[in-house]
Design a protein around this ligand. Structure first.
Ligand code: NAD
Ligand code: DAU
Length: 352
C-alpha cells in the first residue's frame, strides 16, 4: 500500500487535497499531518475522517525531532507539503512565524524525507505546494511563467520563495525527487474569513463594512479550490521530477469588480434589493507593499498534463456562496474567540 503524507491537511486547500486523495485512492494510506493552528480545523474533514485509508496526526513541522519520528513511524512514499502560515497581512505583523513554519518547517520535512528514503528514491516524491506570489508583482500586462525570476515582496512571499529554493536545493544537492506547484489565488468552501472573499461573505451576512485596500484596482487570478486539488493530484502522479508547474484559471479580477460581483450574487441569493450589499463597500488604508497584479500562465500544466479547471468563475463563486449560506455554523465557530481580536487589530476604526 502506498503511503502519502499530506501536511496542512486541516487547512483550506489541504482539506480539499486530503478529501480528493482519500476518496480517489482507497488503496493508498493518506496521513494528514497538521498542527491545528487557528487556520486548521478538523471540521473541514468530518465527511472522510472515518475512512479506513485516512489517519490524522497532530504535529508541528517546526519540531524537527517530532517530524523525523513521524516519518520513521509512518514511512511515507510521498509527501505533499501544504502546511504554512498563509496570510499576507499576518506576515506583515508577525514575520517570524512565517520564517519558522514556511522556511524551517519545510527544511525539517526535507531532512526527514531525505533521512528515511536514505538515497533510495525509487517510487518516492516530495511535492511542495507553493504560490504565484514568489514571482512578485506584474504591471498591467504579462503573465507569470515557470521561468519568471523570483521577486517576493511580503514576508509571506519571501518565506515561500525561500522554501521553494530549499526544495530545489535538496534536489540539486542530494537528488531528492521533488516537484513544485505555484498556484494563484484559491477560493471555495472552508476558506478562512481573513481572506478577501470569505471575509466579504461573512461581513455581508452581518451587514458590516467590506474593507477594500487602496483604490481596489489590485488584480488577482482566481481558481476554485477543488480545481487546485485536482492539479496537485495530476502533478503529484504525472509531473516530471525537478519541475515546477504554474496552476491558474486564466481568471483575472480587480478586487473592486470581484467584490461588486459577490455583492450582486449575495443580494440575489439573500433576496435583498439589488445594491444593498454594495453599499457596504468601504475603501480603507492600503496593505503595505501590496502587489499590483498576479496572473498565471498555466500553459505548461495544460500542455504536459492536460490540466484544465472544471468550473467557470461564475459557477465556482455561486457554489462558494451557497456553501457559506448552508454552513453558517462553521462560519460562526471560526469567527468567535481569537478571530475577533485579529479583526479588530487589522480593521481598526472600520466600525460596523
Ligand atoms: P491555510 O492557512 O488555510 O492552512 C494552513 C494549514 O497548515 C492549517 O491547517 C494549519 O493548521 C497548518 N499549519 C500551519 N502551521 C503549521 C505547522 N507549524 N505545523 C503543521 N501544520 C501547520 O492555508 P491554505 O490557504 O490552505 O494554503 C495551503 C498551502 O497552499 C500553503 O502552503 C500556501 O502557501 C499555498 N497556497 C495557497 C493559496 C491560497 O490562495 N490560499 C494559493 C497558492 C498557494
Ligand atoms: O496568490 C496566491 C496567494 O493568494 C496565496 O499564496 C496566499 O496564501 C493567499 O492568502 C492569497 O494571497 P492574497 O494576499 O492575494 O489574498 P487575500 O485574500 O488576502 O487578498 C486578495 C486581494 O484582496 C489582495 O489584493 C488584497 C485585497 N484585500 C484583502 C483583504 C483581506 C482587500 O482589499 N481587503 C481585505 O480586507
Amino acid at each position: 500500500m502506498k503511503k502519502i503524507l499530506i501536511t496542512g491537511g486541516a487547512g483550506f486547500i489541504g482539506s480539499h487535497v486530503v478529501r480528493e486523495f482519500v476518496n480517489k485512492y482507497p488503496d493508498h494510506a493518506i496521513i494528514n499531518l497538521d498542527a491545528l493552528t487557528y487556520a486548521g480545523n478538523l471540521e473541514n474533514l468530518r465527511d472522510i475522517e472515518g475512512k479506513a485509508n485516512y489517519t490524522f496526526v497532530k504535529a508541528d513541522i517546526t519540531d524537527a525531532a517530532q517530524i523525523l519520528a513521524i516519518f520513521r513511524e509512518y514511512q511515507p512514499d510521498g509527501v505533499i507539503h501544504l502546511a504554512a502560515e498563509s496570510h499576507v497581512d499576518r506576515s506583515i505583523t508577525d514575520p517570524n512565524a512565517f520564517v519558522m513554519t514556511n522556511v524551517i518547517g519545510t527544511v525539517n520535512l526535507l531532512n526527514a524525507a531525505k533521512e528515511i528514503w536514505a538515497d533510495n528514491y525509487e517510487g518516492k516524491r516530495f511535492h511542495h505546494v507553493s504560490t504565484d506570489e514568489v514571482y512578485g508583482a506584474l504591471g498591467d500586462t504579462g503573465l507569470f511563467t515557470e521561468t519568471t525570476p523570483y521577486d517576493p515582496h511580503s514576508p509571506y512571499s519571501a518565506s515561500k520563495a525561500s522554501s521553494d529554493h530549499f526544495v530545489r536545493a535538496y534536489q540539486d544537492t542530494y537528488g531528492l525527487p521533488i516537484v513544485i506547484t505555484n498556484c494563484s489565488n484559491n477560493y471555495g468552501p472552508h476558506h478562512f474569513p481573513e481572506k478577501l472573499i470569505p471575509l466579504c461573505i461573512h461581513n455581508i451576512l452581518n451587514n458590516k463594512p467590506l474593507p477594500i485596500y487602496g483604490d481596489g484596482k489590485f488584480t488577482r487570478d482566481w481558481l476554485y479550490v477543488i480545481d487546485h486539488a485536482k492539479a496537485i493530484d495530476l502533478v503529484y502522479h504525472n509531473g516530471r521530477d525537478g519541475e515546477a508547474y504554474n496552476v491558474g484559471g486564466f481568471n483575472e479580477w480587480q478586487n473592486i469588480d470581484l467584490v461588486k460581483e459577490l455583492c450582486k450574487q449575495m443580494d440575489e441569493k439573500l433576496g435583498r434589493p439589488a445594491g444593498t450589499s454594495a453599499r457596504l463597500i468601504a475603501f480603507v488604508k492600503d496593505r503595505p507593499g501590496h502587489d499590483l497584479r498576479y496572473a498565471i500562465d498555466a500553459t505548461k500544466i495544460n500542455r504536459e498534463l492536460g490540466y484544465e479547471p472544471s468550473v467557470t468563475f461564475e459557477e465556482g463563486l455561486g457554489m462558494t456562496i451557497d456553501w457559506y449560506l448552508d454552513n453558517q455554523e462553521w462560519l460562526n465557530n471560526v469567527t468567535s474567540g481569537d478571530y475577533q481580536k485579529y479583526y479588530e487589530g487589522q480593521y481598526r476604526g472600520l466600525g460596523g
